[in-house]
Ligand binder design. Sequence first.
Ligand code: KIV
Ligand code: ZN
Length: 520
Amino acid sequence: MTASPDRVLIFDTTLRDGEQSPGCSMTRPEKLRVARALAELGVDVIEAGFPAASRGDFESVQAVAREVQGPVVCALARCNAEDIELAARALAPAAQARLHVFLATSAIHRQYKLNMAQEEILRLAAEGVARARELSADVEFSPEDASRTELEFLAQVVETAIAAGASTINIPDTVGYTVPDEFAELFRYLRKNVRGIENVRLSVHCHDDLGMAVANSLTAVVAGARQIECTINGIGERAGNCSLEEVVMALRTRAAFFNVSTGINTHRLYPTSRLVSSITGQPIPRNKAVVGENAFAHESGIHQHGMLKHHSTYEILRPEDVGLSRSHLVLGKHSGRHAFRERVSTLGFELDEAEFNRVFEEFKALADKKKELFDGDIEALVLRAEGGAGGPWQLEELCTEARNAGARATVRLRHADGRAVESAAAGDGPVDAAFKAIESATGVAVVLRKFEVQAVSEGEDAQGEARVYVEYNRRTYRGASVSTNIVESATRAFLEVINRIELAAAGARSREERLSAAPA
Ligand code: KIV
Ligand code: ZN
């Protein structure tokens, strides 16, 4: 008789470690949208942010805690009373909350970052965890840079955190340095040498600097970890974090080897991956395992022949298992609500009636411009249903004229305060001219870092998705938009960038006002 599989908790940190990577920042409504998708996906814990990092982070954690049901909502805090109390306040509305306290332990971090001796680290860990425990029954402790920490000292820190009340001990490979055998040995060492370790849940948190985050996380599971920290599409600091979809599908596909289970509804993996890619503006590489465009494509004749005989010859996962059910079914302007609803739901999206009606209207408008609508078109419509980042400016009119010698663009924008602003500019081409006209209309001048356009579906009249990345005040901002007219999608994407800049500036202003109004 085989034992029933142990449950491994999936702790998603897309909104914290993922969001903190360059170019991945999200607005509060975007974070809420991702958090709801994570709840539907069935993750056990959502790490919603780092409240001490900024007022915006605090408010986002609070909003997720208030509005998202199902998973435990977690917030990160450094090992000091102010951070911990702030995180506890942000989590107050959550039905189930977790405080995640971290402190660096490696010699490199002790010497160069913290300038602290081992004794001081032990004292701070004990005090921090104890304070968190007073505020929450569920406390996780992470010794940052654990994989480069002296084993004996790491064991001492972990034992101290357990004695102070931590119920989850997370072992981060902060800089993606470890390798599977070494990491498994670290887990075995801790399990053998730390008093009380049998009473806590061991967790793993890997970065992908050497491309081993998923392998290292899996090996930690073999060595006793029962929680994996990961992000959708593996987004995160530098090369990213352990990818949720890859680690979950590895555990499921090789269930007989790992003998563990997760609570993930794998059919939601593909739609969730597309949602996060669309919101963060980070494209999914074509060859990305599990959710990439080519993950289920078979090009070689020998492979195609094998697949025709039986899919198991060259396919270890089925596209439908991860929610990818592409078809060559084409919709057009005569397709009705019923056919459209079926397609939206087969693609893995769940819309409420109001959202469905809005997207259906857009579908009809698009079908008037474009004869055939493919899955990519429908995905783009749904993913953009909530209209990007929001913000004060709207494009009312765009007019461009291009000749060999250059181009001119005129834009009319409407501001949320009611003003209409019109501006014209010349440029090398119509896109360049439209960007300049928007800069002159809004008074916001940026440095364009990247501009790319990609077809979202097939055919001559395919829609183009434009992505624009700019630098403004030493920060990166991005915008994206989809249209059958690429000059229009580029212009809308650029305006989304300006809107993000204005939203960030408005957030900073309201923070300053609150601070100056606060009692001294
Ligand atoms: O990589 C890391 O060490 C972290 C910790 C805060 C868990 O993200
Ligand atoms: Zn990390």
